[in-house]
Ligand binder design. Structure first.
Ligand code: HBI
Ligand code: FE
Length: 297
């Protein structure tokens, strides 16, 4: 039952997050930040930079979603407007949250078709990379795809899957699925991989690297395989996984019996993030030259 926030605390699994005094149990901000004209200018500059690289590389659902939600109208989008428009399309809303929120609360919002988005924007000093998800990453990167009905259902299923993973203490495995799809996923369109992962869509270098560089592996996604694969969070990826379609990803996810999977998984990952295994359907075998030279270093 996802109608009420559960009592469960994720503190035993992850570092406890100190809840700011102005947010309640649901971690929703009372209202969205009033952004300054400099904040709006940062949004506009980030938007313009991504539009230099995304056409022809981002998947069609991303490009169409941005159009439908008019994300390029100028300035940080108003969440109430986004929620109204998204609500009419797929029933999702966008809610402001102060920072990373605890896992069980994050899952609860997703399971109820609420997307938690950062209530702050990066500065000029952190223009290229920030560790914490800000409003640009969350709204530009994640929200357009929520206009796609099948992707929208997948995100909700991910939220529903979260509590089960926590009960089995296998959140890392489910986190790998999120990482290799929602954050860094590629999707086949007319026989060519395109980008749907928000981490790639909202970043400066990775769009070209993910699709065109020789270095990374590109492998057709299998849910079981991905959930056994380690991942790095602060550099370009050694491997990208490619889905056939959002329908295929959704079907693989809802058809997998996660109780059985979690009982069969050990506590750590089986495969290194650069590994190719014999059952893989390989689109591109990477040279891994970027990582052999030490990566970001
Ligand atoms: N909180 N605001 C926010 N955004 C996230 O992407 C997020 C989070 N809390 C937990 C979380 N992601 C992940 O730990 C889960 O997907 C596993
Ligand atoms: Fe993200």
């Amino acid at each position: 039952d996802f109608s009420a926030l559960p009592e469960v605390s994720s503190d035993v699994f992850t570092a406890p997050l100190k809840r700011p005094d102005h947010v309640g149990e649901n971690w929703i901000e009372p209202q969205q930040t009033q952004y300054t004209s400099e904040d709006d200018a940062i949004w506009n500059d980030l938007f313009a930079r991504q539009m230099e690289v995304l056409p022809g590389r981002a998947c069609s659902a991303m490009m169409e979603g941005m159009e439908k939600l008019d994300l390029g109208k100028g300035g940080v989008p108003d969440f109430d407007r986004l929620s109204e428009e998204l609500g009419a399309m797929t029933g999702w809303s966008v809610i402001p949250v102060p920072m990373l929120i605890p896992d069980h609360v994050f899952f609860w919002h997703l399971a109820n078709r609420r997307f938690p988005a950062g209530n702050f924007i990066r500065t000029r000093e952190t223009f290229d990379y920030i560790q914490e998800p800000d409003v640009f990453h969350d709204v530009f990167g994640h929200v357009p795809l929520l206009t796609d009905p099948v992707f929208a259902d997948y995100m909700q299923e991910y939220g529903r899957a979260g509590w089960k993973a926590m009960r089995y203490n296998r959140l890392k495995a489910l986190g790998a699925l999120y990482w290799y799809t929602v954050e860094f996923g590629l999707i086949m369109e007319q026989g060519e991989p395109k980008i749907f992962g928000a981490g790639i869509l909202s970043g400066p270098q990775e769009a070209v690297f993910a699709l065109e560089a020789d270095s990374p592996n590109r492998i057709m996604l299998n849910v079981d395989r991905v959930m056994r694969t380690d991942y790095v969070i602060d550099d370009l990826q050694p491997t990208y996984f490619v889905i056939e379609s959002f329908e295929d990803l959704y079907r693989q996810t809802v058809e997998r019996d996660f109780d059985r999977l979690y009982r069969s998984l050990g506590p750590s990952f089986t495969y290194a993030n650069s590994a190719i295994i014999d059952v893989d359907n390989v689109v591109h075998r990477g040279t891994q030259e970027y990582f052999l030279r030490g990566g970001r270093g």
